[in-house]
Ligand binder design. Structure first.
Ligand code: BGC
Length: 783
């Protein structure tokens, strides 16, 4: 786990002041830079030591066989795994023939800073070689949010107290050897040398390498170009199949510096020829050089200034969470900013965990944040889903269903889950995609999107639900044999989350089809079909346990034996790594918010009293073995008046990676949890909901937070909501007047600040969690 003191607590950056070699892999994830297209782990420039080298390009993957002990019809035969592409981060340094390597000599000072406003990673070190020669090295790295194919490094080395001869080697390296990642099923399949060289050209200060993946047949090009500033020096360039090396040698007097700017460009294609991808990266490199280092830094800052103007969250009273929430916003933006019709993986492009796959995490946790802060990126992500619609239709057909069945986990659109009870059976992903479409449409009024993309996604997913469910003899619409978000119950009947989300999906499909009749007709939608969708939606089964007066997560759930929490040792969590699924499945134990997520996303389908009782019941069963749980529990704890508990869950979601709470940050960040922290604040303490077009808030703060202010974008407007314990100020920063709801009362925003009172919070006993699974307290003085 990352020590509490590993990073200083500051509002706008993550700063590390000592280098702990045992934590390299974690900090490589924390310090990763990405724009959604390129991802660079925070590896040290000199390449070694490393936890896990990582350079990723969105959707560049290799195929690998999925072997089964016992196969079955419809099981996917091959999986997709993200690969470590050509590494352009490498800059080695030799000081009087001694390689700069922090494991040797003396590291006199070390600092790394990830700056959320600059969008850069800065490293400053002073190192004395075993022979006693001292140098200062300062590097600044960025992955451009403006120029999608570009990254750059500003590298400076300075002699400290006596003249030294230095040699700097800037490299492009393909097929680096990777450490073994162990047996945890959540890690990536390791692939040896996935790239086959096609071209390596090195001339003067520029080199280009083109490789091809062996089985997935993707062509990857990487280029580097350089500028040098410093005393007299010599340069050489070498090029081999898997290595290109630009070498600069000079002699530095004390206080004298050699400065190197390294521009990197990446591109890939499944169709374009070798000369075409070669030219693409040369062109990107030329654009980067024309912008220059200072220009790239300036552009990055402007991009981020604009983002923060519509997205910042200020929080007084909990400095750690303040930092963590901005860290989460920054990484979520990095994951989605320039993904451009490619997927947003569960780990973003920060590590190889989960094989680089995209799950429902995107639509249900990441897109809410992006929809209200950077809607363009949310639309892009949904356009990516749309681009995979044909594959989803084929999958539905293979499963004997109509419409589209989107994959549980994938990189390029094909189902890659080999474990169907927590894979294909999790059909809710289709309603989650539909929900993200509806949310985006309601939050932006983007009619082009609704007509060209949204409608088809809604129609094909509605068709899936209509064929997956059936009307029973009483006319009720049942959806049997599916897995909900809680993966500790599998293949169940009438999972309430699934049924309610399917209901929303079916109704929205009918509404949007009626709004765009011409387009709908072209998709073969007739009036009878929309009527069928509405009938199914109206008759959807919502089980109810009369005795307990709670909603069972699915039919029969509350009749199962309770998990023996009392006799489960703390080190036996996560349960999935310590107990057989057969036993987990037949007990009342919840991996992650499921019914409680329904209370949030379909809050319009429950009474306040039901929310209170359901939340308390599921608190006692939820073990949070998934990082996707705490944020939702925070939202519903806040809505049901357990504000301190909500604060605790917010802390867990936000600090997931800065504190490595799940002990796997080394494989990449938990982007859904980081985005979830924003949901915990805005939907939790801000009480923001948008069940239809109308936006509503019900703000309330816990004792440990004295002020919360957040900005958001909504239908072409920018809003700021500032909450204290007594009052809320709504500011329409730009755009047309708007009516919202504040704790159920309409409020007109016409520009200028509108102040409203915060009603008192009902007092209720705090529900208990399974023993040992309580979230860590944020506010130690309260309760
Ligand atoms: C969770 C899933 C999630 C996946 C990727 C699993 O542990 O149960 O809901 O989609 O991780 O984050």
């Amino acid at each position: 786990m990352i020590r509490q003191t590993a990073y200083t607590v500051e509002p706008w950056c993550v700063r590390e002041q000592t280098l702990d070699l045992d934590m390299l892999a974690q900090s490589e994830s924390v310090f990763a830079l990405s724009n959604g297209h390129i991802g660079l782990r925070g590896n040290l420039e000199e390449g070694e030591p490393h936890g896990l080298p990582g350079t990723y390009l969105n959707s560049v993957y290799e195929l690998r066989p999925l072997p089964y002990a016992e196969g079955g019809y419809g099981y996917p035969e091959s999986g997709q795994t993200v690969i470590n592409v050509t590494n352009g981060k490498l800059i080695r340094l030799l000081v009087e023939d001694e390689p700069f390597d922090v494991r040797y000599g003396a590291l006199r000072s070390h600092e790394r800073v990830l700056d959320f406003r600059e969008g850069t990673l800065t490293r400053s070190v002073e190192w004395t070689s075993p022979a006693g020669d001292s140098v200062r090295v300062r590097t600044v790295r960025l992955v451009s949010l403006v120029q999608r194919g570009v990254a750059a490094i500003h590298y400076e080395v300075e002699a400290v107290d006596r003249p030294v001869r230095v040699v700097v080697q800037s490299e492009l390296v393909a097929n680096e050897s990777l450490p073994d990642l162990g047996k945890d099923p959540r890690m990536a399949g390791r692939l040896e040398s996935p790239l086959v060289g096609e071209e390596s050209v090195a001339d003067k200060d520029t080199a280009v390498m083109v490789h091809r993946t062996r089985h997935s047949d993707l062509r990857v090009a990487a280029a580097m170009g350089h500028e040098i500033d410093g005393p007299e020096h010599t340069v050489t360039m070498d090029g081999f199949e898997d290595v290109c090396r630009y070498t600069v040698a000079t002699r530095l007097q004390p206080g004298e510096r050699l400065c190197l700017v390294k521009y990197l460009a990446y591109g890939w294609s499944s169709r374009r020829s070798r000369p075409a991808v070669h030219d693409q990266v040369i062109a990107a490199l030329a654009a980067a050089k024309m912008t220059g280092w200072d220009g790239l830094v300036r552009e990055q800052r402007e991009f981020l200034d604009d983002f923060w103007a519509g997205a910042d969250v200020e929080l007084d009273g909990d400095a750690e969470v303040q930092q963590a929430v901005r860290f989460g916003l920054f990484h979520t933006l990095q994951a989605g900013a320039r993904a451009e019709r490619r997927s947003i993986p569960a780990k973003g492009l920060t590590g190889p965990g989960y094989d680089g796959h995209t799950f429902w995490d995107t639509e249900s946790f990441v897109l809410p944040l992006l929809t209200y802060t950077r809607p363009e990126a949310a639309a892009d992500a949904l356009r990516w889903r749309h681009s995979t619609l044909d594959l989803a239709k084929e999958r539905a057909e293979q499963l004997g269903l109509r419409g589209a069945a989107f994959p549980w986990r994938t990189i390029a659109g094909q189902e890659c889950s080999g474990y169907w009870p927590a894979g294909t059976a999790a059909f809710h992903i289709n309603a989650d995609i539909a929900d993200a479409v509806i949310r985006y449409y309601h939050a932006t009024a983007d009619e082009d999107f609704a007509r060209d993309v949204g409608l088809e996604l809604l129609v094909e997913t509605a068709r899936l639900w209509r064929s997956l469910g059936h009307h029973d003899t009483k006319g009720r619409f049942r959806i049997d044999g599916v897995t909900g978000p809680d993966e500790y119950s599998a293949v169940v009947d009438n999972n309430i989350y699934t049924n309610l989300m399917a209901q929303r999906n079916l109704r929205a499909a009918a509404d949007v089809a009626e709004q765009y009749p011409e387009q709908a007709r072209r998709m073969g939608v007739a009036e009878e079909e929309t009527a069928e969708w509405r009938d199914a939606a109206a008759a959807v089964v919502i089980p109810w346990d009369k005795r307990l007066e709670v909603h069972p997560q699915n039919e029969g759930f509350t009749h199962h034996a309770r998990w023996d929490f009392e006799n489960t040792p703390p080190d036996h969590y996560p349960l999935l790594l310590n107990y057989p699924y057969f036993d987990i499945y037949r007990k009342q134990v919840v991996k992650q918010a499921d019914l409680v997520l329904a209370l949030h996303l379909r809050g319009d389908a429950f009474t306040d009293e039901q929310k209170v009782r359901n939340f308390a019941y599921y608190e006692g069963l939820t073990v949070r073995d998934s990082s996707l749980s705490a944020c939702t529990q925070a939202v519903m704890a806040a809505e049901t008046g357990h504000l301190e508990l909500a604060h605790d869950y917010l802390g867990e979601a936000a600090l997931m990676d800065l504190r490595d709470l799940e002990h796997n940050t080394r494989d990449g960040l938990h982007i859904a949890s980081l985005a979830g922290a924003w949901n915990a604040l805005v939907a939790g303490f801000g009480g923001m909901r948008q069940y239809t077009v109308r936006l509503s808030f019900a703000p309330r703060l816990p004792p440990g937070i004295s002020r919360l202010a957040f900005r958001m974008r909504f239908r072409g407007r920018r809003l700021r909501v500032t909450i204290t314990h007594d009052e809320v100020v709504y500011d329409l920063l730009s755009g047309d007047p708007l009516q919202i709801d504040h704790h159920g009362r309409p409020v007109d925003l016409n520009g200028g600040a509108v102040r409203m009172d915060v009603p008192p919070t009902p007092s209720r006993p705090t529900p208990a969690q399974p023993p040992g699974r309580e979230p860590a307290r944020r506010d130690k003085t309260a309760r």
